[in-house]
Design a protein around this ligand. Structure first.
Ligand code: ADP
Ligand code: X2W
Length: 298
């Protein structure tokens, strides 16, 4: 009988290395936040979808929450509308809210659903309005007290924060072997739509589902320090100082905040990963190679 080729032996080796991870994560929920900045090349997008399908097949329950900030920005630009960001949040007037809802709930959501389904998975797209999944309230940001003597609240228009999450529809889909794909649009008591930063939604969904992991895929190697070096495990005690120095700013602010809140509320670990690395999800889940930044409860 001919001996198996080196390639075949390598495949067997890789699968065996993944075995303890598959055993550990089987039956567990992983919330994956797919950032608009990570949705770059077609090959990477396809790899992302393949990773999710594989996760599902080995018994892990992935739940996707997606962003789409750059995609919203591009359509607004075509419509001749500028966007302003305050502490990583897009100031959202009612016209902008319509565009946000069309882009996130429509284009981006269905593109991700389609990507997963083309790889043999069964994904179903939802916005926070479906099944009353995400109840929102208006977000009022506090301007940094150090800038002013009296604290001032900043009104960002239709920007919301999560008031409550009803995961019934998500659980139903997971039990039916579907991969839920959630757009971060919430609905207020007033019936209005709210634009919620996708990191914040992912953190809350992970918390309520009692997820094992929250994975945030973005376009940076992870959290970088002031010299641009990767912080592979975040010491939560350093965060205030890093924000004060301006080392954590813009879109990284909500990411870090939601990751810390999630681990403090029962999620075992949160990971900020570089979505520009092919199969970043599989590398993180099934190998010992620590990529990105890990945040866990002390
Ligand atoms: N300390 C930091 N380390 C890494 N990225 C940072 C840091 N501070 C700010 N950022 C910015 O945060 C961005 C990621 O957030 P964001 O643009 O909202 O991405 P996403 O669409 O994935 O949510 C990075 O591209 C980077 O410009
Ligand atoms: C309030 C707020 O800023 N909402 C975001 C929602 C999309 C998002 O979070 O997209 P990324 O994950 O790709 O950044 C926005 O309007 O851009």
């Amino acid at each position: 009988m001919p001996l198996p080729s080196e390639r075949a032996r390598n495949i067997a080796q890789v699968l065996i290395e993944a075995l303890p991870y598959i055993q550990r994560f089987r039956g567990k929920t992983m919330v994956v936040k797919y950032g608009g900045n990570a949705m770059v090349e077609a090959a990477l997008q396809q790899g992302f979808a393949q990773d999710l399908v594989l996760m599902k097949l080995v018994g892990i329950n992935p739940v996707v929450v997606h962003g789409g900030g750059p995609q919203i920005g591009r359509l607004l630009q075509r419509l001749g509308k500028d966007s302003e960001f305050v502490q990583g949040m897009r100031v959202t007037d009612s016209e902008t809210m319509d565009v946000v809802e069309m882009v996130l709930g429509g284009l981006v959501n269905k593109e991700i659903v389609n990507l997963i389904n083309r790889q043999g998975g069964s994904a179903v797209g939802l916005s926070g309005k479906d099944g009353d999944l995400i109840r929102a309230r208006k977000l009022m940001l506090r301007r940094d007290a150090s800038e002013l003597l009296a604290p001032e609240m900043i009104d960002l228009g239709h920007v919301g924060e999560v008031e409550s999450i009803d995961v019934s529809v998500v659980n139903m889909l997971v039990q039916g072997d579907f991969i839920p794909v959630i757009a971060p649009i919430g609905v207020g008591e007033d019936g209005f739509s709210y634009n919620i930063n996708a990191d914040l939604v992912a953190g809350k969904v992970a918390e309520i589902l009692g997820a094992e992991k929250l994975v945030l895929l973005t376009n940076a190697a992870g959290l970088l320090d002031a010299d641009g070096a990767l912080i592979s495990e975040l010491d939560v005690g350093r965060v205030a100082e890093l924000i004060e120095q301006g080392t954590i700013h813009g879109g990284m602010l909500p990411k870090i905040r939601c990751a810390i809140e999630a681990v403090q509320s029962g999620v075992i670990s949160a990971h900020i990963l570089d979505g520009r690395v092919e199969h970043a999800l599989l590398l993180d889940l099934f190998t010992d190679e620590g990529i990105g930044t890990l945040i866990r409860r002390r």
